[in-house]
Design a protein. Sequence first.
Length: 207
Amino acid sequence: MKYEWKKNDKTLYMPKNAPTVIDVPAMNYFTLHGSGNPNHAAFEEAVGVLYSLSYAIRMMPKKGVTPEGYYEYTVFPLEGVWDLEEEARGAAVLDKDKLVYTLMIRQPEFVTEAFAQEVIETVSQKKPHPLLSKVRFETIEEGMCVQMMHHGPYDDEPASFARMEQYCEEHGLIRVSKLHKEIYISDVRKTQPDKLKTALRFKVRNV
């Protein structure tokens, strides 16, 4: 049976419309670091590179290569960890040109470090791109987090984060840092801004 992340991993990717606590286990990702305005072409190129690798792995059996442990699955959603350059953190207005991000797409458990590097090399030969040399294969464990589903434009996310921070105050939790993760459930190319669904998450600890 095909593994569907929207059905099999609802707690990770389809949170409620109100803040909840979740323990996020260690998972493997292709990651790519970048900076600047996400509305610019450089951001789209980074996203495209990560998807090219992710789809290359999913399509391997059709190319005659079946990794040990392979199973049918839907490619996982794009995720991004967001921060700001130091001098921009205290500004009253968000300067998107000062954003710093790590984009990532989760990979199935059967993808090993060695196999990931083989895929990067294969894609680099077939569709060369300078960003491929900057892609990393990493195991990331987020641990205890607060998350919720945000509905609507990305620019309206501060209201959802305010609810999440209020939840922390009410439940004896402290936000670990200003970094946060966004998981893009909707395809921004095909979805109206008011219909977008984005899972928001940040790390916390007990008081």
